[in-house]
Write a protein that binds this ligand. Structure first.
Ligand code: GFB
Length: 310
């Protein structure tokens, strides 16, 4: 067991959807939460990151800082997704070693797995096949992060662990239609179509790809659980264990939003990987289960969207 009580805990990426959920979750752990603004340190910059870590000396780190985006953003900005994420994780993991961080958790993504991995995907499927081209840049960076944690563990006995969340959604998500993930895009499209009285909304691709969704508050809870209870090389899947097709998700979102029009398809946009349902067995075996049902989570996010973005 690793107790967070009384510890100085840095949530790197606290302004993002995952980082902010971890900050909310840590409120009951009795720790001091440290955050670095962009003015404090550009985490892609080694000198600035090292200086900030030297000054603040965290005991524990949740590495949730990353350049993230949906399928189109990943496909359009490969250099940013590879370079920024490599730099951020290398600077923070190496900095953690330098200042003697007791425990670090690195966060990745389910896109680390081969495009055609057997489903549900177990952790040992890593590096057994070719990646999905739309997000291989981001995936390579995240695989490097897992391996960097493992390398520090092997060489220096560092207690660094990795969690691989599935597709996440929740409050604070990015609702920009060009750069967002599918969930916020669908919520916005259905809402705006309802207001405009539009006859249809258009989704990207065929609607047949299957995706697994997890509410970000469940993800944050899983991260804290792993931080406190888990210490081993490799990585742990963080998912709900259930998936839906994009068309089923669209119908659910339209239902929650109250939009009754048609669903059309923009087939010039990519489908991406056909399916990436992760096995939830390892994490469930450690005594953790998700709490938020998909439909309830969508309703909560739609309320957040109405209050904050609409
Ligand atoms: O969420 P998403 O952008 O990312 O797209 P990935 C999931 C699926 O939803 C794809 C479809 O099949 C999209 O074609 N889709 C339908 C839409 N309509 C829309 C829309 O309006 N917007 C978006 N964005 N998608 C990302 C990776 O993959 O998942 C990242 O690129 C990361 O690296 C992240 O792993 C979790 O699930 O395909």
């Amino acid at each position: 067991m690793y107790s967070l009580s009384g510890k100085r805990v840095w949530v790197a990426g606290h302004r993002g959807m995952v980082g902010s959920a971890i900050v909310r979750r840590l409120a009951v752990e009795g720790c001091e939460v440290l955050t670095a603004s962009r003015q404090d340190a550009d985490l892609r910059n080694q000198a600035e990151t090292t200086a900030w870590m030297d000054k603040t000396r965290p005991d524990a780190v949740f590495l949730a800082a990353a350049k993230v985006g949906g399928i189109l953003a990943n496909d359009t900005y490969p250099a940013d997704f590879l370079y920024d994420n490599l730099m951020i994780e290398a600077n923070i993991i190496n900095g953690a070693h330098r200042v003697g961080v007791e425990k670090l958790m690195f966060l990745g993504s389910s896109c680390i797995y081969p495009k055609f991995a057997p489903q549900p995907i177990t952790e040992d499927a890593l590096l057994t096949g070719t990646l999905e081209p739309t997000n291989e840049w981001y995936a390579i960076a995240k695989i490097a992060g897992i391996k960097l944690c493992d390398a520090f563990r092997k060489q220096h006995d560092s207690d660094y662990i990795s969690g691989m969340p599935t597709n996440l959604y929740g409050p604070g998500d990015n609702f920009d239609l060009n750069s967002s993930h599918v969930m916020p895009a669908l919520i916005r499209k259905a809402h705006e179509a309802k207001l405009a009285g539009a006859a249809s909304i258009t989704i990207w691709g065929t609607g047949t790809p299957r995706r697994e969704f997890l509410h970000v508050d469940d993800c944050a809870d899983a991260c804290v659980h792993l931080m406190k209870t888990h210490s081993a090389p490799g990585h742990v899947n963080i998912g709900s264990g259930e998936d839906v097709t994009i068309l089923e998700l669209t119908q659910m979102v339209c239902d929650v939003v109250g939009y009754k029009g048609e669903i059309e398809h923009d087939l010039s946009k990519p489908d991406g990987t056909p399916r990436k349902l992760m096995s939830a067995d390892k994490l469930r075996g450690m005594g953790w289960t998700p709490q938020v049902e998909l439909r309830d989570g969508i309703s909560a996010v739609y309320r957040w969207f109405l209050d904050n973005k609409a």
